[in-house]
Design a protein around this ligand. Structure first.
Ligand code: PMP
Length: 396
């Protein structure tokens, strides 16, 4: 027992197994194929373009000042332009620049979640999102996901008469399953939220990374400005996560509340990073960049499928995402994937075990693989190592 005078909420701070894997992997000195973090490929980060923009934009002292809390005007304007004509088209009074998607989730919970409030999450769900809700004292209800995303039909029964304060969904190429919420379910979810007066947290960082299938309208578009829809977006997956820049698109009534909450948190989002992104967008680099990334991520997903078919075809099944970074593997031979992680790390491969994606520790037979960060030949090597580790746990 510590003698420190903690606030009650400190005991609810659960952190993230995913983020902790970054530190864990940094400490390893041997060669590891990294399927753990959801980072873009190092080669996909447009470092040369960003450093040319830095040469122009970041040589002036004003680039190091405080920024406007709602976002530096050049980025705010460039974002509106970027979204024009897309499913996320919006207006200036709805847009607040944030320190990545995570801050969007944190701001949402700070503004809407009281201790004891019920928040619906997908099962499996994005660990950091559920951790954020838990850190504000939310009670979580897990709703299973299938190939069409959250099984919205199950919601009323699982709620058993209770009304959730919020429903948290990652509708497109879900983290961790790779599943996409179907159009019918998107509409059904919005309808239920309206019936219950529940907020919908529309966390959609991967939507622009579709490499197969037909695009679906975002919840932002389907919601058509409904104040119940709170959309969280980020540049982390489409440009670079270390910039820590994202945005929230929410009802105009919320903008001042978001500004107040953000001013009591970090004053403003990192200005040099905002200037870099504004230069990237106004320089017209995003579209070409996305075209290249989508093609490469498709190649990598196919490489991972081929490697899984070869090495895990007899003991597992896996999802087939049409975009994004992740696929979800379910083992059918009784291996516990947290034990597999311990065995796999010395073997030279890392992934995130399934229970990290469930507040109640479900999915001990499953794990998440990020195919986006690793080149195809290394994907093959990583999956080969993973099978070696699996065989050490349960020799066939
Ligand atoms: N939501 C989801 C579903 C994510 O996958 C991530 C990143 N892994 C985030 C939010 C957080 O994004 P950021 O790095 O911009 O904070």
């Amino acid at each position: 027992m510590s003698a420190l005078p903690y606030a009650a909420r400190a005991t609810g701070l659960v952190g993230s197994v995913i983020d902790s894997s970054t530190s864990l992997l940094h400490k390893q000195t041997h060669d590891i194929v990294r399927f753990a973090m959801g980072s873009p490929a190092a080669e996909a980060v447009p470092a040369d373009i960003l450093s040319a923009i830095a040469g122009e934009q970041l040589s002036r002292p004003d680039a190091y000042d405080y920024a406007a809390t709602e976002g530096d005007p050049p980025l705010h304007a460039a974002l509106l332009e970027m979204l024009r004509g897309t499913s996320d088209e919006t207006t200036a009074d709805r847009l607040t620049v944030t320190a990545g998607g995570m801050q969007g989730l944190d701001l949402f919970c700070k503004i809407f979640v009281d201790p004891g409030d019920l928040v619906v999450v997908e099962s499996p769900t994005y660990t950091n999102g559920s951790a954020t809700a838990l850190s504000y004292g939310a009670e979580l209800l897990e709703v299973p996901v299938d190939d069409d995303g959250m099984i919205v039909d199950n919601l009323p029964k699982l709620l058993d008469g209770r009304r959730p304060k919020a429903i948290y969904t990652i509708p497109t190429f879900q983290n961790p399953s790779g599943a996409t919420l179907s159009l019918a379910r998107r509409n059904q979810l919005l309808e239920l939220a309206r019936t219950w007066g529940s907020m919908v947290i529309d966390d959609d960082p991967y939507g622009l990374l579709r490499f197969a299938g037909d695009p679906l309208p975002t919840l932002r578009e389907l919601g058509a400005g409904d104040p119940l829809v709170f959309s969280v977006r980020t540049f982390s997956k489409i440009v670079a996560p270390g910039l820590r820049v994202g945005w929230v698109d929410a009802d105009p009534e919320l903008q001042q509340v978001l500004i107040n909450a953000k001013q009591a948190m970090d004053t403003c989002t990192n200005l040099p990073a905002q200037r870099l992104l504004a230069g990237f967008l106004t320089g017209g680099h995003l579209e070409d960049h996305l075209v290249r990334q989508r093609a490469e991520y498709r190649r990598r997903k196919e490489a991972m499928h081929a490697a899984l078919t070869e090495h895990f075809g007899d003991i597992a099944r896996w999802t087939d995402p049409e975009g994004g970074f992740f696929l979800w593997v379910t083992l059918e031979n009784g291996i516990n994937t947290e034990e597999l992680f311990e065995m796999a790390l010395p073997e030279g491969v890392a992934f995130i075990p399934g229970p990290a994606f469930s507040p109640t520790g479900r999915f001990s037979n499953a794990f998440r693989l990020c195919f986006a960060s690793t080149a195809p030949d290394r994907i093959w090597e990583g999956v080969t190592r993973l099978r070696r580790a699996a065989d050490k746990l349960a020799p066939n």
